[in-house]
Write a protein that binds this ligand. Structure first.
Ligand code: FES
Length: 168
C-alpha cells in the first residue's frame, strides 16, 4: 500500500470516527447518563476508549476531557488500552475466593509482569476478575481464552500460561 493510500485510509477512518461520535452525541443529547451510554457504545465498537475518540467526544459534548476520564477511571468496565490478545478471567465469586482465587490472581499478575519486563508477551494478556462463572465445584476457577480451568493451585499458573506464550 502506498503512503498516499495509507494516508487516505487513515483520514477516512478519522472522518468516519468523527461522524460516529457526532451521531452518538446527538442521539443521547440531553438524556440523563448520556456520557456513560456513549462511552459504552464507543467501547463496544473499539474494544476500549481510544484517546482520540474521547477527545472528539469532549469537543462534541462541550465538556472537559477530565470529565470523560473521571467516568472511565471510576467504572472498571471501561478500558483505556486495547484489550489483550489473550484473556484471563479469574473468578472472585465466594467459593473461588475462599479457595485462594486472590492469591492465584496475584501470582498471574506477577508472572505477566515478569514476562513483560523480560521483553516477553505479557502485554498480550488481559487479566481481569469476574463474579461467579457457575463452576463453583471446580473452585478456584480461571477462564483462559474461553476455556475453563478449575481446582487450580499456584503451581498450575505456569501450566495455564505456557501454551499461550508460544514457548515450548
Ligand atoms: S464462585 Fe467461582 S465459579 Fe462460582
Amino acid at each position: 500500500m502506498s503512503m498516499q493510500t495509507e494516508l487516505g485510509s487513515l483520514l477516512g477512518w478519522v472522518e468516519g470516527m468523527r461522524s460516529r461520535v457526532r451521531k452518538l452525541a446527538r442521539e443521547w443529547e440531553d438524556q440523563e447518563g448520556n456520557l456513560i451510554m456513549i462511552l459504552h457504545a464507543i467501547q463496544n465498537e473499539f474494544g476500549y476508549v481510544p484517546r482520540g475518540v474521547a477527545n472528539e467526544l469532549a469537543k462534541e459534548m462541550k465538556i472537559p476531557m477530565a470529565r470523560i476520564y473521571e467516568v472511565i477511571t471510576f467504572y472498571h468496565y471501561f478500558r483505556l488500552t486495547p484489550p489483550g490478545q489473550h484473556s484471563i478471567q479469574v473468578c472472585m465469586g465466594t467459593a473461588c475466593y475462599l479457595k485462594g482465587a486472590s492469591d492465584l490472581h496475584d501470582e498471574l499478575a506477577r508472572r505477566l509482569r515478569l514476562l513483560e519486563m523480560g521483553g516477553g508477551r505479557g502485554g498480550e494478556f488481559q487479566l481481569e476478575t469476574v463474579r461467579c462463572i457457575g463452576c463453583c465445584g471446580m473452585a478456584p476457577a480461571v477462564v483462559v481464552d474461553g476455556e475453563t480451568h478449575g481446582r487450580l493451585g499456584l503451581d498450575d499458573v505456569e501450566k495455564i500460561l505456557k501454551p499461550k506464550r508460544g514457548t515450548p
